[in-house]
Design a binder for this molecule. Structure first.
Ligand SMILES: O=c1[nH]cnc2c1ncn2[C@@H]1O[C@H](CO)[C@@H](O)[C@H]1O
Ligand SMILES: [Zn+2]
Length: 390
C-alpha cells in the first residue's frame, strides 16, 4: 500500500484558523445580540421584540429573516439601525465587528453600511463615517492585542429606494484613502433598478473610484445586466441569479448565455452569500445553491456572510456548510479566498502582498499539518480520507 497525500477536507477548527477574506458583510446586519440589548437600554429604544434575553433576540432575528422574501428580511434592520444612531454606538458596533471577524480568522474585510440610515439622532453623514472608521481602527487594535491580524475597509451604501446615491457617492470619494474603499447600493431590488442611480455611478467612474451593486439576488438577469452594462459595477453583490443564463443539459454539457459568458470572461467577482440566499428564497438548499456549479465553471466566485446576525452565520459557518455539502478541500477554500482578495478594492500591490504573504502561507501551513500529526495508536483516520474523485 502506498501512502498518498490526503485530500485535506478541513476540520471545523482548521476552517476557523484558515485565513479568510470577506467582501460582502453589512455592519447593521452583524451586531452582537447582547450589544443590541445594551444599546437599546442606553438610548431608550423600546421597539425591540425581545429586550431581556440575548439568546432569544438572536433567534428572533434568524427566524424573522428566514422569511423567503427579501422585503421581509430587510424589515429586521429597523431594529439594528435604531440602536446605531449615536457616535458611541457606531464606534462600538464597528469595533466589535472587526473584533468578531478577526476572531473568526478573517484577515481582510470590506464592511458596508448606509450612512443615510444613521442620521436620526442628529449626526451628520461625515460624523457617521468618522465614527465607524474609528470603530474599525479600534477593533483592528484589539485584534492585534489578541494576537490576530485583520484589515477592515468600509463600503458606503446608498439605499436604492431613496434618492441620495450621488451624495453618498461623493461622501465615499471624500473619505477615500481615509478608511472608505468603495460604494454600493442595497435595499429591495424589485421595482428599484440600479439605473435610477446612474448619476452616482458615472460620478464615481469619473473619479476612478470603485463600486459594487446588489444585483441578481431577488431579481434576475435584467438587474445583473443593468448593474454591469449600464452602471459599470466592478463587482456584483450576490449575482447568484446569473445561473438563469446557464444551461446544463442532461448529458452534463454546459452552455453559457451572452451575459453569463461576459461575467465569466471578464472575471466579474460574484459576492455569493449562500445562507442569506436560503433565507430570502434565492436558493432552496446548500446543495442546490449555484455556488457549486459556478465554482466548477471557474466564475470569479467568492464566499460571504451578508448578515451574520440575521443568518446566524460567520465566514467559518459559510465555509462549513460548503465543506459539508460539496466536500470542499483546503485548496477550494484557498481558491475562494484568493478570488476574494483579487477582487478587493484596495490597491493592487496590497492585494498581491495579502495573497502572497498572508493567504497562501496560511493555507500552506494548514495543508502541511497532516505531516506532523501524531495519531493515537489504533485510531481511525479522520479528516483527509476523501477519495480523489471528490
Ligand atoms: O442581501 C441584501 N440585499 C439587499 N439589501 C440588503 C441586504 N442585506 C442588507 N441589506 C440592506 O443594506 C442596508 C445597509 O447595510 C441594510 O440596512 C439593509 O436594508
Ligand atoms: Zn447584502
Amino acid at each position: 500500500m502506498t501512502s498518498e497525500t490526503p485530500l485535506t477536507i478541513p476540520t471545523p477548527e482548521q476552517i476557523r484558523r484558515a485565513p479568510k477574506v470577506l467582501l460582502h458583510d453589512h455592519l447593521d446586519g452583524g451586531l452582537r445580540p447582547a450589544t443590541i440589548i445594551e444599546l437599546a437600554r442606553e438610548v431608550g429604544y423600546e421597539g425591540l421584540p425581545e429586550s431581556e434575553d440575548a439568546e432569544r433576540l438572536d433567534s428572533w432575528f434568524r427566524e424573522s429573516a428566514d422569511s423567503g422574501s427579501l422585503e421581509r428580511y430587510l424589515e429586521t434592520f429597523s431594529h439594528t439601525c435604531a440602536v446605531m444612531q449615536t457616535r458611541d454606538a457606531l464606534v462600538r458596533v464597528a469595533a466589535e465587528c472587526a473584533e468578531d471577524l478577526a476572531a473568526d480568522g478573517v484577515v481582510y474585510a470590506e464592511v458596508r453600511y448606509a450612512p443615510e440610515q444613521h442620521l436620526e439622532a442628529g449626526l451628520t453623514l461625515e460624523q457617521v463615517v468618522e465614527a465607524v472608521n474609528e470603530g474599525f481602527r479600534e477593533g483592528e487594535r484589539r485584534a492585534r492585542e489578541a494576537g490576530r491580524r485583520i484589515r477592515v475597509g468600509a463600503l458606503l451604501t446608498a439605499m436604492r429606494h431613496a434618492a441620495r446615491a450621488l451624495e453618498i457617492a461623493e461622501l465615499a470619494n471624500r473619505y477615500r484613502d481615509l478608511g472608505v474603499v468603495g460604494f454600493d447600493i442595497a435595499g429591495a431590488e424589485a421595482g428599484h433598478p440600479p439605473t435610477r442611480h446612474l448619476d452616482a455611478f458615472e460620478y464615481l467612474k469619473r473619479e476612478n473610484n470603485h463600486f459594487t451593486i446588489h444585483a441578481g439576488e431577488a431579481f434576475g438577469l435584467p438587474s445583473i445586466w443593468q448593474a454591469l452594462q449600464w452602471c459599470g459595477a466592478d463587482r456584483l453583490g450576490h449575482g447568484v441569479r446569473i445561473i438563469d443564463d446557464i444551461q446544463v443539459a442532461d448529458d452534463g454539457q454546459v452552455k453559457l448565455g451572452r451575459l453569463a459568458s461576459y461575467v465569466r470572461d471578464k472575471r466579474v467577482p460574484l459576492e455569493l452569500c449562500p445562507s442569506s440566499n436560503l433565507q430570502t428564497g434565492a436558493a432552496a438548499s446548500y446543495a442546490e445553491h449555484p455556488i457549486g456549479l459556478l465554482r466548477r465553471l471557474h466564475f470569479r466566485a467568492t464566499v460571504n456572510t451578508d448578515n451574520r446576525l440575521m443568518s446566524g452565520t460567520s465566514m467559518s459557518g459559510e465555509f462549513q456548510h460548503l465543506v459539508d455539502t460539496f466536500r470542499y478541500t483546503l485548496d477550494d477554500m484557498q481558491w475562494f479566498t484568493v478570488n476574494a482578495m483579487k477582487s478587493a478594492f484596495i490597491p493592487f500591490d496590497e492585494r498581491l502582498a495579502m495573497i502572497n504573504e498572508v493567504v497562501k502561507p496560511g493555507y500552506a501551513k494548514l495543508k502541511s499539518e497532516w505531516l506532523f500529526h501524531d495519531p493515537a495508536p489504533g485510531a481511525a483516520p479522520t479528516s483527509g480520507s476523501a477519495d480523489s474523485a471528490g
